[in-house]
Design a protein around this ligand. Structure first.
Ligand code: CP
Ligand code: NVA
Length: 314
């Protein structure tokens, strides 16, 4: 496996390796501090980022390398240079490229035309590096045995919903996505892809439109912003109105399992998709989850550059 372009690129054994290495990097950040010595990693983002950018730059530094951050229209891509040519040029300098942008197809094209690993740092469709941080955090809360546990994402059927389904399928989990349906349902192609993985992994996938049924006895209640980067501003008020019953409140949390945790990829909007009482409450693991963005990106870089991931075998 050369690139991490989408969550579905990962096999179960890849995920296990990455989670174990991330757990090591959590305790010993400088364990592999010469893995990228004298080398660079390019980080190109056409959307804003707090966590993914800082976690990536820190991860590269901890591996002994130098991050090169490139913002939005800094590259000649904005003046018509092709993605393919850009991919070839970056491959001549850097040891890996982390890319955050809108279209998944642009990330695929970078991967296809690069000789170095390309890592998806969020697209409109997917957010694979986030899901690894989420699952290290889930493992810290519940251990490896997740039998009988229910993992619920509630809110907009966006990139996070897709990634949640896919990673849950890879992990053989009982995974639930609850949205208002219609325009806010997860993409059918993402649901189909997750179902295909689930058929082999033994996972159970439920797509619901009832927030209370989704929350009932869940071990994890996960949500994300209702307006994602790039969502049309003119749709805001209708979208927020449709999503209002899907807000994670203390009443909704009361339906979950007694040891349930609350998760959020962040940034959050208190009083919108989640109440302050929940996100700042005792069951919230958001700070640990955000901390693991660095440990997991460090693990991805470490293993991908060394060619140690096998890729999806589903
Ligand atoms: N969760 C996440 O990707 O955060 P940023 O948008 O700040 O990178
Ligand atoms: N769905 C959000 C996730 C941010 C990390 C977005 O794409 O803006």
């Amino acid at each position: 496996m050369k690139d991490l372009l989408r969550t579905a690129d990962l096999s179960r054994s890849d995920v296990e390796l990455l989670l174990d290495t991330a757990a090591d990097f959590a305790v010993k950040p400088f364990l592999a501090n010469s893995a990228l010595a004298n080398r660079t990693v390019a980080i190109y983002m056409t959307k804003p980022s707090t966590r993914t950018r800082l976690a990536s730059e820190t991860a590269v530094a901890h591996l002994g390398g130098t991050p090169i951050f490139i913002r939005g229209d800094d590259l000649q891509i904005g003046r018509g240079e092709t993605i393919a040519d850009t991919a070839r040029i970056i491959s001549g300098y850097a040891s890996a490229l982390i890319i955050r942008t809108f279209k998944q197809s642009d990330v695929d094209e970078l991967g296809a035309n690069s000789t170095i690993p390309v890592i998806n740092g969020l697209t409109d469709d997917d957010h694979p590096t986030q899901l690894l941080a989420d699952w290290v955090t889930i493992r810290e809360a519940f251990g490896r045995d997740i039998a009988g546990r229910k993992f619920t994402y509630i809110g907009d059927g966006n990139n996070m919903a897709h990634a949640w389904l896919t990673m849950g399928a890879i992990m053989g989990a009982h995974v639930v996505v609850a949205t208002p349906g219609g325009a806010y349902a997860p993409d059918q192609s993402a649901v189909d892809a997750a179902q295909k993985i689930a058929a082999k992994s033994g996972a159970t996938i439920e797509i619901l439109t009832d927030p209370e049924a989704a929350a009932k006895e869940a071990s994890v209640l996960y949500t994300d912003v209702w307006m994602s980067m790039g969502d049309p501003e003119e749709e805001r008020s209708a979208k927020l109105q449709s999503l209002a019953p899907f807000a994670v409140t203390e009443e909704l949390m009361a339906l979950t399992a007694s040891d349930a945790i609350f998760m959020h990829c962040l940034p959050a909007h208190r009083g919108e998709e989640v109440s302050a009482a929940v996100i700042d409450g005792a069951r919230s693991v958001i700070w640990r989850e955000a901390f693991h963005r660095r440990t997991t990106i460090q693990a991805i870089l470490y293993h991908l550059v060394r060619g140690e991931l096998s890729g999806n075998t589903f």
